[in-house]
Ligand binder design. Sequence first.
Ligand code: ATP
Length: 213
Amino acid sequence: MALKKIILFGGTFDPIHLGHTTVAASTAEFLCAEKVIFIPAKRSPLKSFPPSASDIDRLEMIKLAIAGHEIFEASNCELKRLAPSYTLETVRQFQVEYGSEYSIYWLVGADSIDELSRWHEITDLIDECNLAVMYRAGFDKPDFTGYEEHWGRGRIEKLQRNIIPTPLIDINSTDIRKGLAAGQDVAQVLHPSVVSYIHRHGLYKANPTKSSD
Ligand code: ATP
């Protein structure tokens, strides 16, 4: 019998935007997955600065953005651990929780390809889950053929099979944070409840003592 599919979608989500939810929905449909679980990272091991919004605010914004999407869930499992969060640990935790009937997918955008070789125990991660790479506006279509000598043919074939042709949505959190700090209207790229939350809690305001990221 075919395995059921669970998609884990990790990220900083600082804040979550319509790009995230659109590509997650598209991937779930493409893979016929049962669920997408959004997992905010405490802090990305590869980002040089911590998230701007707090763990609680980022998680709350995710919950607001996914409310009403039947197959979307949020998990605070990485926020409960000490930073930085390692994907392999999270994948193993969900594989144990869901059991052998389920196949775990870990979703990333094409912008992450070049940094994958610096991920913690990347070869184990490729082996133990389906690392699924989505298209992303402004980046080349995912292609792993140049990595064969690092990771071996079997892993490259698996990565190539798990490329997801998502729609190109030109939205990113960095521009949203900059826009908000500059007092611009960014409502068209965020869920309306996330916009209200940001304003209600005074998030992403310009801070003269901090860099604009
Ligand atoms: P930032 O600008 O702060 O780096 P981001 O918009 O890239 O943020 P993240 O929370 O870092 O958002 O992204 C989580 C995951 O979602 C990453 O794997 C990223 O590649 C992917 N992603 C984010 N936005 C998009 C998008 N518009 N299309 C496809 N993938 C995306």
